[in-house]
Ligand binder design. Sequence first.
Ligand SMILES: CC(C)(COP(=O)(O)OP(=O)(O)OC[C@H]1O[C@@H](n2cnc3c(N)ncnc32)[C@H](O)[C@@H]1OP(=O)(O)O)[C@@H](O)C(=O)NCCC(=O)NCCS
Length: 158
Amino acid sequence: MRHMGRGPMSRDESAAALRRHEAHWERHGFGLLAVTERASGDLIGRSGVQYHRAWPDDPEVGWALDPSRWGRGLATEAGRACLDWGFGELGFARLVSITTEENVASRRVMAKLGFDLLATVPFPELDIELLVHALDRPSPRPAPRATAAAGTLLLRAP
Ligand SMILES: CC(C)(COP(=O)(O)OP(=O)(O)OC[C@H]1O[C@@H](n2cnc3c(N)ncnc32)[C@H](O)[C@@H]1OP(=O)(O)O)[C@@H](O)C(=O)NCCC(=O)NCCS
């Protein structure tokens, strides 16, 4: 949780976060996806498209992976699949991606995906500042896909 602007979550906080993620799916019809490694079938993290409390205008593409899988380009692969999903099937004209200044790895993933810094916003509930990066839908619009499936990973709704 070092780069999430807070310490580790308690069990209750984790349960509340899961409920929020489920409620997001129910309200909007999209949200966080489980990230599974195709070869092993292991659940290795999460990625997806969902609104962030710090930036209600555009949905956010985000990622968090198990440390054992870092450094293999998998967040970039998952993020790219989420961009296809967000711009394609979900039809958004702009997606954002939000992180802290210190989260160099996440900012690098954003850069590799083509995001540019749009704004710095306060996030009072954690007393931190967040960097909001934005990417507009490329033209022509990608073909809709049934799922956000990438090469190495399988991303699926809970
Ligand atoms: C951020 C995170 C998802 C990245 O996952 P990943 O699969 O390792 O990412 P990728 O391999 O696709 O790309 C990471 C890039 O950051 C670079 N990087 C990683 N750590 C770095 C550091 N300390 N300094 C500079 N660059 C760094 C890597 O070299 C790579 O860039 P490259 O392809 O140009 O070499 C992962 O670190 C994570 O889960 N962190 C904890 C959760 C989190 O912070 N989520 C984001 C919240 S905004």
